[in-house]
Design a protein. Structure first.
Length: 554
DNA sequence: ACATGCGGCCAC
DNA sequence: AAACGTGGCCGCATGT
């Protein structure tokens, strides 16, 4: 095996791409070709080569026109291509993601050798020379060929296409990173930290005055330690079941409000304080890692930092801001999960309300309570209906609802009863979905994505499985739609110089672009998110809100 | 020095 | 008794 460069490498790659089957493209570090540069192997079941991508002109164009390419961890390979070639492939057959789809939430080993072994393939060591590397890639191509019929068998063809199209956009998102104003963040953190210290001083004063002794100037109670705090409160005659903010807030003043405020500031100072700045890269941006099937429902997860749990407070969100001359365009699906529930259940009242463009929470409230409701008229009834709507998606019962809307159990039961009388298809659908899923052994989304359930014999285990069975199809279908949108938008942005996605949060997609391109990107987001929704929801319209802003806002 | 579990809390 | 789904991450306590 030789290292191919120039036109020879390109010709060899072309030859393999012309063979039947999905070609695998893997990368390994290659010191000789300039440190971080990778060598690339292409393989089908019949042949394999190793080439130097940086010294192979025309390779970028060839990859961009080839679809899909296979890899064990496609997002990682795509990122190497972005670094070395400046572009990648549009679609990827990822062995790892395919295994996760087939596993449907069941625990599974995902290393290349683990996966290969399940298909009776023994992989060569990719770092043991060019020959071994090529054979390694060839082995992966064999595994890939064996996975395809299993996808078909399990009805996972559509989800696998969705995942194939989401790899490149997520790699690009990680590659470009999200713009971030670290100086602004730092100033915010200093102000928060100052107030936290101030509130802590006052609180310790209260504890001292109430007889909590402080030895030699040591703090009378460690406010950051839940156990110590609970014990100190018990000694003061305020026993609490837990140390949650809501529990602490209910204590008599001044202790209650002060403790609640302290917890709030503590959370902000810890999770969204100076530690967050360790994630800022040399380019001043945040390059998070997205896990493509991060949740068993098919949702993404995000880490280092988790850009999906940034506090919504404006001062924090304003730190996520586009550089001068550029802007963010933010698209999000409006009440996406309720539209999915409407589609899946076929409830005529839900469908009609969405078709008319109504505010569904208000519609539900006015139907259930028999009074006119809008965001301004009887808004408290709208809030209650909203809580029920959200609760249903989570498989909530009367007890949970009672807590959520702060009514007693009787009232909550009454509310649910009226709800299901008003929308009979919703209750029937949820019950049927849970029953069938437990019978079948898995829940599934509208595209066929699966989550296997393991309900034990006891009541609570069965109840938990039923709630998952009700929630997963809704949450997972929403994830399916967003992933389709990522792929569609990625395709459109190829023709938009300087425009790229920078974040996605379940039902939201954020693009950064030149200010001059904002109107065009605005249209692209609206069109493609809408079209993605329409691929999956056939009878209920999807609604997309798009905003253009220098900083991240809704 | 690292790993793990827990209580708590941020997001959708 | 629990009672509302999916994550990541913080500090603390405990274990190796």
């Amino acid at each position: 095996m030789e290292l191919l460069r120039g036109d020879g490498g390109l010709a060899a790659a072309r030859a393999i791409f012309a063979e039947p089957g999905i070609p695998v493209l893997e990368v390994v570090p290659h010191a000789r070709a300039g440190g971080a540069l990778a060598a690339v192997a292409l393989a089908s079941a019949a042949s394999a080569i190793v080439l130097d991508p940086a010294a192979t002109p025309g390779l970028a164009a060839l990859l961009a026109s080839t679809s899909p390419l296979g890899a064990h961890d496609a997002k990682t390979v795509e990122r190497v291509l972005l670094r070395t070639l400046g572009s990648g492939a549009p679609r990827w057959a990822c062995l790892r993601l395919t295994e996760m789809l087939l596993a449907g939430g069941r625990p599974v080993e995902l290393g290349p050798a683990d996966i290969a072994a399940r298909y009776g393939v023994e992989l060569a060591d990719p770092s043991a020379g060019l020959d071994a590397f090529a054979q390694h890639a060839r082995g992966l191509a064999q595994v890939l060929a064996a996975q395809v019929p299993l996808l078909k068998r399990d009805g996972l063809t559509w989800p696998s296409r969705i995942e194939a199209g989401a790899v490149a956009p997520l790699a690009a998102m990680e590659h470009h990173g999200m713009a971030f104003d670290a100086e602004r963040w730092k100033a915010l953190d200093i102000a928060t930290e100052r107030e936290r210290v101030d509130v802590r001083r006052q609180l310790l004063g209260v504890f001292s005055a109430r007889g909590e002794r402080d030895l030699l100037g040591a703090a009378p109670v460690d406010l950051d330690n839940d156990h110590a705090l609970k014990q100190a409160l018990a000694r003061l005659g305020h026993p609490v079941a837990d140390a949650r903010r809501a529990t602490l807030a209910a204590l008599p003043p001044p202790l209650g409000p002060m403790l609640a405020r302290y917890r709030e500031l503590q959370k902000l100072a810890n999770a969204y304080g100076e530690s967050f700045l360790t994630h800022v890269s040399a380019d001043g941006r945040l390059h998070a890692t997205f896990e493509q099937i991060g949740a068993s429902t098919g949702r993404l997860s995000c880490r280092e930092p988790n850009l999906q749990s940034i506090v919504k407070d404006a001062p924090y969100r304003e730190c996520f801001r586009a550089p001068p001359g550029r802007t963010l365009v933010i698209g999000d699906y409006a009440t996406c999960e309720l539209r999915i529930l409407a589609e899946m259940s076929g409830d005529p009242v839900f469908a009609e309300a969405f078709a008319r463009g109504e505010d569904l929470h208000s519609t539900v409230a006015s139907r259930v309570f028999g009074k006119p409701v809008s965001k301004t008229q009887n808004p408290e009834l709208r809030e209650r209906a909203k809580a029920v709507n959200f609760g249903l998606v989570y498989g909530m019962g009367a007890g949970g609802l009672a807590r959520a809307v702060d009514v007693d159990l009787r009232q909550a039961e009454d509310l649910l009863r009226r709800y299901f009388e008003t929308f009979p298809r919703i209750g029937a659908f949820l019950a049927r979905t849970a029953h069938e899923a437990l019978e079948r052994g898995f829940a599934r989304t509208l595209t066929g994505r699966r989550l296997y359930l393991d309900a034990g014999p006891d009541r609570s285990s069965r109840g938990a499985a039923e709630r998952v069975a009700k929630n997963m199809p809704i949450q997972g279908t929403s994830a399916d739609i967003t992933k389709i949108a990522l792929s569609r938008i990625h395709g459109r942005l190829a023709a938009e110089p300087g425009a790229f996605m920078v974040n996605t949060v379940h039902d939201e997609i954020v693009v950064e672009c030149d200010e001059a391109r904002a109107a065009s990107i605005h249209e692209t987001l609206a069109t493609e998110m809408q079209a993605a929704g329409a691929e999956v929801l056939r009878s209920v319209p999807v609604a997309v809100d798009v905003a253009t802003s220098r900083f991240w806002r809704k």
